[in-house]
Design a protein around this ligand. Structure first.
Ligand SMILES: [Zn+2]
Length: 245
């Protein structure tokens, strides 16, 4: 295998690897967004559940207060009928004061009950609004989720397809150059093989020595850039290789 043939095989392999990398980058965003959507919905559902619990608790507390009020009213009614039977003025005064105090206490309980009812009204309005907002958000986010899941399937299929062609491209590169390519690729953001143009490396855009430039142009051996260490090739030589085949 000539140097240019190896370079050509590396360039072909790299084209596929770059595609895979791009698809993987697109793919990377999706799971985190899906998780984010789940988080947003969970938070809204939690906040709705909190208010529903508060409503149930307020309702319970209102019932307890109503029970208390009923018992207190019953007590007052008994006291009032007893007042009619009391002969002693002092006893009458005492029970009369008790009855008055109990009536005042009942006004307080009635206020508490009214307050609970008002709270329940407010909570019902807020819950209704939250349910409406949640339903709207759910439909919007479910739509986005379905889109993302569809995109994920397309990307996975694309990646799978490129991986198959990659195996083929990989088999055309000698092990030695493949390991060098793979090492540089990992260090240089996926680009290990670059063209030289006008005595410049297209990876780091630094000018290379003329002697090295001439070797790359001749294409009888594989060279790397002295600055970024990427493998260098001359595009025209690879194009000529193509037209020979
Ligand atoms: Zn370079």
């Amino acid at each position: 295998m000539s140097a240019n043939e190896t370079l050509k095989a590396l360039v072909d392999l790299q084209k596929i690897d770059v595609q895979i990398l791009e698809l993987e980058k697109d793919r990377e965003q999706i799971p985190s967004r899906l998780k984010e959507i789940e988080g947003i919905l969970d938070e809204r559902r939690g906040s709705l559940a909190e208010e529903q619990n508060a409503l149930a608790e307020t309702e319970m507390s209102r019932r307890v207060l109503e029970g208390d009020l009923k018992a207190e009213k019953e007590k007052i009614r008994k006291w009032e009928s007893r007042l009619n039977e009391i002969k002693s003025n002092r006893d009458y005064q005492a029970l009369s004061r008790e009855t008055e105090a109990a009536r005042k206490a009942n006004l307080g309980i009635e206020d508490e009950i009214l307050k609970r009812m008002q709270d329940m009204e407010d909570l019902k309005i807020s819950i209704g609004q939250k349910e409406e907002d949640l339903a709207e958000l759910e439909s919007k986010l479910n739509e986005e989720r379905q889109e993302l899941e569809g995109k994920l399937r397309v990307l996975d299929e694309g990646i799978e397809g490129y991986r198959n062609s990659r195996d083929d491209a990989r088999s055309k590169v000698d092990d030695r150059w493949f390991s060098q390519y793979d090492m540089i690729r990992k260090r240089r953001d996926g680009v290990a093989v670059v063209a030289v143009v006008d005595e410049h490396c297209m990876g780091c855009h630094i000018g290379i020595p003329p002697q090295l430039y001439n070797i790359v142009l001749r294409g009888d051996e594989i060279q790397t850039c002295p600055f970024c260490h990427r493998i260098l090739f001359y595009q025209q030589a690879l194009d000529e290789l193509d037209s020979e085949n």
